[in-house]
Design a protein around this ligand. Structure first.
Ligand code: NAI
Ligand code: MG
Length: 546
């Protein structure tokens, strides 16, 4: 099949047309990227279908690293096994990647253990550590577009999104944590007696980290950044759908001066490699992002093994609340973005769009128009807003939810089926007349399916928003200060975005209430996940003061 080539720096011409939106390293709002992408296109669904059906564009990058990374070396798996990483545009194999299993996890943990117990990383000054992380950030910047191309190839997300937002945000996040490395400190405390009391904030040891496929690089950054800043060593398991970008950037981290054994990458499957890491006796801490079901499994594995502390970033069913005073055009645009961004594959997707009855009809009209206009196609093509879903499993799962919406009596306004005949493209889908007890209003669909629900008053929408097993995030669209204040306090969620959505600055903590998780990532809150607090009490002899 003849594949078409595109130049590597696809993003540049796009960038130059909207420089203020896409200054690298400064744009922490995914929202702005999507708004600009939307502004730059204007295709109809007819051309979307055509785009999806075209021959796939050849990605402007080579796959250089497919082995496991253990003790600073790329090595084959102990069994010699590999697994295929697939291109979501076609289902074709991109590369065969070394498949790590329990034996490989053992080797990786031994390397991390040795690097922690005997190696230079926890012993060098915090300033030295910070300089290595900063050099890594410079390398990320230099290789921005290759990394973005790998991310898009493996995941299917629009290249412009990878190149202009996600890789720059990854770079920004590492610079943010480089800045923390030499500002981590304990305190002295007064005690009732002749004692000198101090706290030492020590690295926790070997961190096990398991990440998902929806934001492979950003999840890598959220986990590796704070763990390194605190002086820990790491064994990270990537998602089996998206192993490639982490291997590439880990090579750069070693180029930047990271000592061997500090970061080990094991590609592989959950029940084998993931479970081995979660239950490993020599792993001191576990951080996990993924489904609530798997989160419960790893928590049990951690408890049954050595009781390692666990942080969990899990699923969501986040409300996006459009209030009666809302400018409907703007509200519909933001609600559209909140749901459809990243093919709808976001843990915090605004997947319950609650609209006040006074603006409901107007909103529905606008929401449908936006979904019909959304440009779906090869993610390497300029102006594409939506690529394929990650794999056949997710694709089938989403189509099943769409069928359940129709069968359950919701009104399918647009979309509702696959796009083209190849790969995992799904037409942007909008349901109205959605009721709270329908599956599409309760479960995490993780796809481009917007469910619009009508409400009458604030108390009602608060109660309905909170009636969920999840509590990850919420969007509120209002210019009424009292309404905003009421909602921000009443919603039982880890993040409330008011008149914005998906703002993911490194300095903003992220995490869930209820079954959306435990603990917070990003910001200075994340440091505490990777530190032990040691109290040191020294008896004083004849102190001058207490
Ligand atoms: P998953 O939660 O099973 O996978 C996430 C990570 O956990 C992957 O690295 C996987 O290999 C690993 N894993 C799986 N089983 C494991 C086990 N027994 N022990 C240790 N690690 C294990 O999610 P999956 O299957 O990819 O997607 C299923 C659903 O989960 C999606 O449809 C979506 O609803 C949700 N999800 C939520 C994400 C989020 O960001 N909160 C990310 C990915 C999926
Ligand atoms: Mg893949």
């Amino acid at each position: 099949m003849a594949a078409r080539r595109i130049p590597l720096l696809l993003s540049r011409s796009f960038t130059s047309s909207s420089p203020t939106l896409f200054s690298r390293g400064r744009d922490s709002s995914l929202c702005r990227a999507a708004a600009a992408a939307a502004a730059s296109c204007g295709y109809s669904t007819a051309s979307s279908a055509a785009a999806a059906a075209e021959d796939p564009i050849t990605p402007p990058v080579k796959v250089d690293y497919t082995q496991l990374l253990i003790n600073g070396q790329f090595v084959d798996s102990a069994s010699g096994k590999t697994f295929p990483s697939l291109d979501p545009r076609t289902g074709d194999v991109i590369a065969h990647v070394a498949e790590g299993e329990a034996e490989d996890v053992n080797r990786a943990v031994s390397a991390a253990r040795k690097a922690f117990d005997e190696g230079p990383w926890p012993r060098m000054t915090a300033y030295e550590r910070s300089k290595i992380i900063l050099r890594f950030a410079d390398l990320l910047e230099r290789h921005n577009d290759e990394i973005a191309a790998l991310e898009t190839w493996d995941n299917g997300k629009p290249f412009e999104q990878s190149a202009q937002t996600e890789v720059p945000m990854t770079t920004r996040l590492f610079r943010y944590y480089a800045g923390w490395a030499d500002k981590i400190q304990g305190l002295t405390a007064p005690a009732d007696g002749p004692y000198h009391v101090q706290t030492l904030h020590e690295p926790i040891g070997v961190a096990g980290q398991i990440i998902p496929w929806n934001f492979p690089l950003l999840m890598f950054a959220w986990k590796v950044g704070p763990a390194l800043a605190c002086g820990n060593t790491i064994v990270l398991k990537t998602a089996e759908q998206t192993p490639l970008s982490a291997l590439y950037v880990s090579k750069l981290l070693h180029e930047a001066g990271l000592p061997p054994g500090v970061l080990n990458i094991v590609s592989g499957y959950g029940p084998t490699a993931g479970a081995a890491l979660a239950s490993h006796m020599e792993v001191d801490k576990l951080a996990f992002t993924g489904s609530t079901t798997t989160g419960k499994i790893v928590l049990q594995l951690a408890a049954k093994s050595n009781l390692k502390p666990v942080t969990l970033e899990l699923g969501g069913k986040s409300p996006f609340i459009v209030c009666e005073d809302a400018d409907v055009d703007k509200a519909a645009e933001l609600a559209h973005y909140a749901l459809f961004f990243n093919q709808g594959q976001c843990c915090c997707a605004g997947s319950r769009t609650f609209v006040h009855e006074s603006v409901y009809d107007q909103f529905v009209e606008k929401a449908n128009a936006l979904a019909m206009k959304r440009v779906v196609g090869d993610p390497f093509k300029g102006g594409i807003q939506q690529g394929p879903q990650i794999d056949s499993e997710q694709f089938e799962k989403i189509l099943k939810y769409i069928r359940s919406g129709v069968d359950g009596g919701a009104k399918l306004e647009t979309g509702g089926e696959r796009l083209g005949s190849k790969g995992y493209y799904i037409k942007p889908t909008v349901f109205t007349d959605v009721k709270d007890d329908m599956l599409i209003a309760k479960d995490e669909i993780f796809g481009p399916v917007q469910s619009i629900l009508k409400y009458k008053d604030l108390d009602e929408v608060i109660q309905r928003s909170n009636a969920s097993q999840y509590g990850l995030a919420a969007g509120v669209f209002t210019h009424n200060l009292d309404t905003a204040n009421t909602l921000m306090r009443a919603l039982r969620v880890g993040t409330v975005w008011i008149n914005c959505f998906d703002v993911f600055d490194a300095a903003i903590p992220f995490g869930g209430y209820k079954q959306s998780g435990q603990g917070r990532e990003k910001s200075f809150y994340s440091l505490s996940n990777y530190l032990q607090v040691k109290a040191v009490v020294t008896a004083l002899k004849n102190p001058a003061w207490l």
